[in-house]
Ligand binder design. Structure first.
Ligand SMILES: [Zn+2]
Ligand SMILES: [Zn+2]
Ligand SMILES: [Zn+2]
Length: 279
């Protein structure tokens, strides 16, 4: 299994629009891995996680053909993850993709917004480029994609009604994608204990970077380390499991190099736009 990080920032991006804080000023000087667009990731060229406004730019600079994506998973509907208007460019007349695979859009019931419903029904009424929407919840059945990935919806703790994290499994490999969330609720840990046997890769929310906070809805390096220990205690993660800190904000006050130093002490990786990890 392979994850490719297309965008690795929280809502404002790094540097943040309009911002002159030291982290943003430093990012404008350093460029490279210190420039972070809004969060999106791709699994094995077939599953996209989230569709922010930066998706167009991500598809272009990474030479990704989004018409080949079969499943689009939404974590939640904050604007750095959910920009359904652009999906309307998949409809007839805007795109010429006869014979391409259908796209299934998966998320909690929160994604059934007027905006998404309008976009999907306009695509469906054009008849050709089939799109369907599937809602999932932690206590329902896991979703199985057309190409055989099992997707477990996991309740996130974040500022929308039904935010989700996901565990994605195929051929004995499994990845946890845990953004945007705080530590899970006790019932969620129980659910994970019951259903998930092993994780090869864990991507954790690091919005608050090195700022010591107990903010509900996001985490920082310290809390990512505690989260990882909890997975190890449960026997779901081992010393072989790869952990990666992702979804950074300028308010977390950390450059890429500083992040690598902090995370490296615990053998965690730090994401950057374009980073790929195979496991
Ligand atoms: Zn976010
Ligand atoms: Zn800033
Ligand atoms: Zn959010």
């Amino acid at each position: 299994m392979r994850i490719k990080y297309l965008g690795t920032a929280a809502a404002e991006g790094i540097p943040a629009l309009f911002c002159k804080c030291p982290t943003c000023m430093e990012a404008r000087k350093r460029l490279g891995r210190d420039l972070r667009s809004r969060t999106q990731a791709m699994i094995d060229d077939t599953i996209l996680i989230d569709w922010p406004a930066d998706s167009y730019y991500h598809m272009m600079i990474n030479n990704i053909h989004p018409e080949q994506i079969k499943t689009l998973l939404f974590t939640h509907i904050h604007e750095d993850h959910f920009y359904p208007l652009d999906l309307g460019n998949r409809k007839k007349g805007f795109a010429h993709i006869d014979g391409c695979d259908p796209l299934t859009i998966v998320g909690s019931m929160d994604i059934l917004t007027e905006q998404l419903n309008n976009v999907v029904s306009s695509m469906q009424s054009e008849g050709t480029y089939h799109v369907e929407v599937k809602t999932v919840e932690q206590d329902g059945e896991p979703y199985v994609t057309v190409d055989g990935y099992t997707v477990w919806p996991i309740k996130a703790v974040h500022g929308t009604e039904h935010p989700l994290c996901y565990v994605i499994e195929k051929d004995g490999k499994a990845l946890m994608y845990a953004h945007d969330t705080s530590e899970f609720l006790p019932e969620t840990w129980e659910y994970i204990k019951k259903n998930i046997k092993h994780l090869d890769f864990v991507s954790l929310d690091c919005t608050e970077g090195r700022v010591p906070m107990s903010y509900k809805g996001h985490m920082n390096f310290e809390r990512d380390f505690v989260f990882g220990e909890k997975l190890k205690e449960l026997g779901i993660a081992t010393d072989e499991t790869i952990f990666c800190c992702n979804h950074f904000s300028h308010n977390g006050k950390v450059t890429y190099d500083e992040g690598v130093k902090i995370a490296g002490e615990r053998n965690y990786l730090v994401s950057y736009d374009g980073m790929e990890v195979e496991f």
